[in-house]
Design a protein around this ligand. Structure first.
Ligand SMILES: Cc1cc2nc3c(=O)[nH]c(=O)nc-3n(C[C@H](O)[C@H](O)[C@H](O)COP(=O)(O)OP(=O)(O)OC[C@H]3O[C@@H](n4cnc5c(N)ncnc54)[C@H](O)[C@@H]3O)c2cc1C
Length: 326
């Protein structure tokens, strides 16, 4: 029976991770080049991790089964990225973003990690802007925000309906800088087939070159799996067919714990399946979300009427009636 140990640092919620950062042993800059890190995946998680570790001075090898790091499924994300910047002065704070995220995750997420996410959210936006991500701006030039995901504040930073694509281009640019500097090596068309575990620690991977079929092994001091979500367990999710969870499955077979497969990206705003040619659910533009209002006729007899002929007083805005605070 596996022992579950989350390694959440000790201390009060708001200090757990910042204290841990201070208490962790530092690696001298000159020593960093002695350590090698394997990162599997180059979506927003893997590209950022590789670029950051490379910039810090570690030697990084990045592996993807796509033909380019830019093909990662992060490119599909549309709506935006939340940050507690409170630009709108509408009552947002790190604690409110933490609270909303815990609630939105059905109270199943680890509180300390969500708090950390909320805490660094503001810096992530600054980082992305510095990388050149073209977030939407108001006419005055300031960054714009959407109200998203049932939040009562506007804290979502977005780039039209293609935020994931723009963020991925930013992360990819940072990765390219490290590729050019030689701190990161990129292996595309390369599938991780197995994880090498030594004394309970992941120390390497076995890969197959998808063009030549050649099988090879790579060793490192640490392995980061940033291989995306558990998509296709449900037939029609909004994940691409290629998000196939193979890396997670192989790590699981080597003893990694696997939890919450129910956390799969399903969007309520999808175009319904209307033929054999549609192999997955296609997302409607998230630019449409939270704009407009939803209503039905109060009198069922009015259902067949031209909607424009139904006066305001005869419309039932049922969501607003049932959830007045939202
Ligand atoms: C349609 C859609 C809309 C979304 N909208 C939003 C949004 O508005 N806001 C938001 O915050 N989130 C959104 N999300 C969620 C968010 O996009 C994802 O959670 C996030 O981008 C995942 O990033 P990742 O780096 O973990 O994985 P991915 O981008 O999926 O990258 C996985 C990487 O792992 C590699 N890989 C996987 N398996 C292997 C293997 N066996 N061997 C080698 N390489 C492997 C792949 O090549 C790829 O590079 C959306 C998701 C979808 C699908």
């Amino acid at each position: 029976m596996a022992k579950l140990e989350s390694h959440i640092p000790a201390g009060p919620l708001a200090q757990k991770w910042s204290r841990h950062l201070f208490e962790s042993k530092l690696v001298n800059p000159a020593n960093k080049r002695k350590y090698e890190v394997i990162v599997v995946g180059a979506g927003l998680a893997g590209a950022s991790a590789s670029a950051t570790l490379g910039e810090l001075g570690y030697r990084v090898k990045n592996f993807v089964y796509h033909d380019s790091p830019r093909r990662a499924h992060s490119i599909a994300a549309q709506g935006g990225i939340n940050a507690a910047k409170n630009y709108q002065n509408d009552g947002d704070s790190v604690y409110r973003l933490f609270y909303d995220t815990i609630k939105g995750g059905d109270f199943r997420a680890r509180e300390a990690n969500v708090y950390r996410l909320a805490e660094v959210s503001a810096q992530i936006i600054d980082q992305c802007v510095a990388q050149g991500v073209p977030f939407a701006r108001e006419y005055g030039g300031l960054l714009d925000n959407r109200s998203f995901g049932g939040a009562q504040v506007s804290r979502t930073f977005y780039a039209r309906g293609q935020t994931g694509q723009q963020l991925l281009l930013g992360a990819y640019a940072a990765l390219c800088k490290e590729l050019a500097a030689g701190s990161v090596q990129s292996f595309t068309h390369t599938e991780m087939l197995d994880l090498v575990v030594v004394d309970g620690h992941a120390k390497g991977i076995i890969v197959r070159n998808l063009l030549t079929g050649e099988i090879a092994r790579h060793v490192a001091d640490a392995v980061v799996l940033a291989t995306g979500g558990y998509g296709n367990v449900f037939n029609l999710s909004t994940y691409a067919r290629q998000s196939n969870a193979t890396a997670i499955w192989r790590a699981y077979k080597r003893g990694a714990c696997f939890a919450n497969p129910c956390y799969t990206q399903i969007h309520p705003t999808c175009i319904p399946v209307s033929g054999d040619y549609q192999s997955k659910l296609t997302l409607m533009s998230e630019s449409l979300r939270n704009d407009g209002r939803i209503w039905v006729p109060k009198d069922p007899a009015d259902r067949r009427k031209d909607p424009n002929a139904i006066p305001e007083s005869a419309r039932d805005y049922y969501l607003e009636r049932k959830y007045p605070s939202f």
